[in-house]
Ligand binder design. Structure first.
Ligand code: GCB
Length: 743
């Protein structure tokens, strides 16, 4: 028998670095905490990059009852980012990487009284990923910590945090069978393996074999006839594989039989039918709790995913909790799993990328929901593509294929990476993160980017791994613009992207960045501290922004609904206003003050215009569903709806400046300026200066013709603003350009 004891209570937390002896001695003075715990739940989201990063201690006494059992193991499901484990002052394990589980055997080191002391460290370094990324690097024992007591004969618990059982189902769609290989590792002579479930007609399946274990390894093959497939949202059916030793030790895993296929021209296929993956990304954190989530928190997140109707999740940017992959299995959500090899390649981090990948695959292998292993994210954002970076990716890619020949690899490329970069040849399938229409350029450039790629590389599988726009639901506008953080702009942005995606079913997967707002302590913008607000739902999960309903209308086929957008935009200063409605029904009737004013047929989003006189009750109806809101006409624009009016000076100073249209100015596009030798020379001189300051990024831009073309369409003004130039230097440059007559 195996016994698991959850070590939730009884911990003392010391928020300082100190030797283990001191930590044990002063433990009683530490803060009493329960695990899961992070020390950055509050300061990890207050903005300004000042959250506590360092080495802290968790100390706990283990009672004799807790230590009972023949062999005793400690299981730590997440210690961010690096940890050292001490039992009675002696170091028994260490682990680098904040997102995977690890275990250590305690048995031989147990004494009469036992004290566990775990140091956890999230300080910066140059060997453990992530070090540079747009999210808070929470520190703590933020997932469960358990004791596992097993008999002397037991399944492997140490190696890479293995579950001890590995299940590989290979489904044959024509024969309607699945050949399932079960492998286990143990210190016993034989293993009894059992598969249970039902077939496609509901008849029970129970297959059993007892197999010998040689050199600690056993394997058996089973064939399920008439197999019931794991079929995504439609029928995420799970079988169970279990393995048992004579000692009574037992391990088991849910598994699913499915076939994933990728086609450059046709997109993604599940079990032989076209199944475009359309969904969102998720970070594992929650306002007030940081990353120390409970099982209920994970469930609540999954409920929102189901409400949205997404069929895929990108679980960014690291390994998520096992509970969450389980939920994906049970709910039929196809998953992109990845390691935090992100933003910047570190020469000293190669081994860590391989370790984190090995643990991710070992620990997550059995989840049928996982379709791809992600090698890296925007790794060329702050690194150039050189041999060292390529070699690291090749090593990761080979590791994935060796550990798991059944799954494909992918990576999320940054927009400025050339599409002919050799790095695109490494993973099996590709993907790009594109923020045209938000950070750079116009939304339409996304369409152009993908079409150009598809035309140039018709045999390469391509996906859209990130896109999004920040929105603070406090801000509103009837003329939404990029950078205004309004809900209305976010809605327009996603409306464009949704249509763009619908017209390109060959994109194997698309993932909105992000389902939820999340902590990014380096940010301080859009009226909030320390948050990335690209979520469709707020950080506390309390509010679904209007763009949420756009996707729900497109993806949720189960729950008919009508949603009036702009509910929070009550006070409107205009004669006529727009009413936007999201719905998965096709005919909407609009009532103003209980009078029917219009009817429209369409899909997903419906836009009406109505005169605005006083206060109005707006009601939208479709097939028995309805939604209402109140809006009113006001004489002055409501200042509460506008983001940071005073700080918007960078955008506004230009209005006051006289511009001589016959001369060049920063309002001209880069291409227009470059076409003139004199204006072009000014721009080149400015670029050379920027390149001296940010060499690697500038080089990546310089050598990328596709990017150059896209940048050419942008106004110099917006390029400068997005590059972070201050108002004074933009003005100076403008004065120089105004001295050059257009020919
Ligand atoms: C990205 C990153 C992601 C950021 C996102 C953003 O490309 O992969 O981690 O959070 O952009 O919002 O800027």
């Amino acid at each position: 028998m195996r016994k698991k004891t959850v070590l939730k209570d009884g911990w003392r937390f010391l928020k300082h670095d100190m030797p283990v002896g001191t930590a044990m001695e002063y433990a009683a003075r530490g803060e009493a905490v329960t695990v899961p715990h992070t020390w950055n739940a509050a300061d990890g989201q207050d903005g300004g990059n000042d959250y506590h990063r360092g080495r802290c201690w968790y100390v706990r006494e283990l009672s004799p009852e807790e230590c009972a059992g023949e062999r005793l193991f400690l299981e730590i499901n997440g210690a961010a980012m690096s940890a050292e484990v001490y039992l009675n002052g002696e170091k028994i394990a260490e682990h680098r990487g904040g997102y995977s589980a690890f275990r250590a055997e305690l048995t031989e080191k147990l004494a009469e009284k036992n004290t566990l002391a775990i140091s956890v460290d999230n300080s910066d370094n140059d060997t453990v990923y992530p070090q540079k990324a747009d999210f808070t690097f929470y520190g703590g024992l933020y997932r469960s910590v358990n004791l596992i007591a097993v008999p002397a004969e037991h399944f492997e618990l140490i190696k890479d945090g293995t579950p001890g059982i590995k299940v590989t189902p290979v489904a044959d769609l024509e024969k309607k069978t699945a050949v399932v290989t079960v492998e286990t590792w143990q210190n016993a002579d034989s293993v009894e393996m059992t598969l249970t479930g039902v077939d496609s007609e509901g008849n029970p399946v129970e297959l059993r074999k007892t197999v010998p274990s040689q050199e600690g390894y056993a394997a058996a093959e089973f064939t399920i006839e008439n197999v019931r497939l794991w079929d995504g949202l439609r029928d995420p059916y799970l079988y169970t594989a279990s393995a048992r030793l004579g000692s009574g030790d037992e391990v088991s895993a849910g598994f699913g039989c499915r076939v994933y296929e990728f086609d450059a021209g046709k997109g993604f296929f599940l079990n032989g039918r076209s199944y475009p993956l359309r969904g969102v990304s998720r970070h594992q954190d929650l306002k007030g709790r940081g990353n120390a989530l409970s099982v209920e928190d994970h469930r609540a997140d999954m409920d929102i995913v189901r409400e949205l109707g997404a069929n895929t999740l990108r679980l960014a940017h690291y390994q998520h909790a096992q509970e969450f992959y389980d939920l994906c299995d049970e709910n039929g959500i196809v998953v992109w799993a990845e390691i935090p090899y992100i933003t910047m390649h570190m020469s000293g981090g190669r081994q860590n990328t391989l370790d984190q990948m090995r643990e991710l695959i070992t620990q997550c292998y059995n989840h049928p929901s996982i379709a791809v292993w992600g090698l890296s994210n925007e790794i060329t954002a702050a690194s150039t593509v050189n041999e060292e970076l390529l070699e690291n990716h090749r090593a990761l890619n080979e590791l994935c294929h060796r550990l798991d020949p059944t799954r494909k690899t992918t990576m999320a490329n940054v927009f400025m990476l050339e599409t002919d970069s050799p790095i695109l040849d490494i993973p099996d399938v590709n993907s790009y993160n594109l923020y045209f229409g938000w950070y750079v350029g116009d939304m339409e450039q996304t369409d152009e980017f993908f079409d150009e790629f598809h035309e140039k590389y018709p045999d390469k599988v391509m996906g859209f791994s990130e896109y999004g726009a920040d929105a603070n639901p406090a801000f509103h506008s009837s003329n939404p613009e990029k950078g205004d953080y309004t809900e209305e702009f976010q809605l327009r942005y996603h409306e464009h992207m949704l249509r763009m995606i619908e017209a390109r079913p060959w994109l194997w997967a698309t993932h909105v960045w992000n389902l939820f707002d999340f902590a990014a302590d380096g940010r301080d913008e859009g009226g909030k501290h320390g948050e990335n607000q690209k979520g469709l739902v707020t950080f506390d999960r309390g509010l679904r922004k209007d763009a949420f309903y756009l996707y729900k209308a497109a993806w949720n086929k189960e729950e008919p609904f009508v949603h009036l957008c702009g509910k929070r935009y009550e006070n409107r200063c205009e004669d006529e206003t727009e009413i936007a409605i999201c719905s998965n029904l096709n005919k909407i009737t609009l009532y103003v003050d209980d009078v029917k004013v219009a009817e429209q047929e369409g899909n997903v989003i419906f836009r009406f215009r109505i005169p605005l006189i006083g206060e109005h009750l707006i009601r939208a109806e479709a097939e028995g569903c309805s939604d209402t809101m109140v809006i009113r006409r006001v004489s002055e624009p409501d200042g509460n709806y506008i983001f940071n009016k005073s700080a918007a000076s960078v955008n506004n100073w230009f209005d006051a400046e006289e511009v001589d249209e016959s001369c060049f100015s920063v309002q001209d596009t880069l291409a227009e300026l470059r076409a003139d030798p004199r204006a072009g020379a000014v721009v080149e001189a400015m670029m050379a200066k920027a390149s001296a300051a940010r060499g690697d990024v500038a080089d990546a831009v310089k050598d990328n013709p596709a990017l150059q073309k896209m940048l050419g369409r942008m106004k110099l003004m917006s390029l400068l603003q997005q590059g972070g130039a201050d108002a004074e230097s933009i003005k100076q440059l403008n004065r120089v350009l105004q001295g050059i007559k257009k020919s």
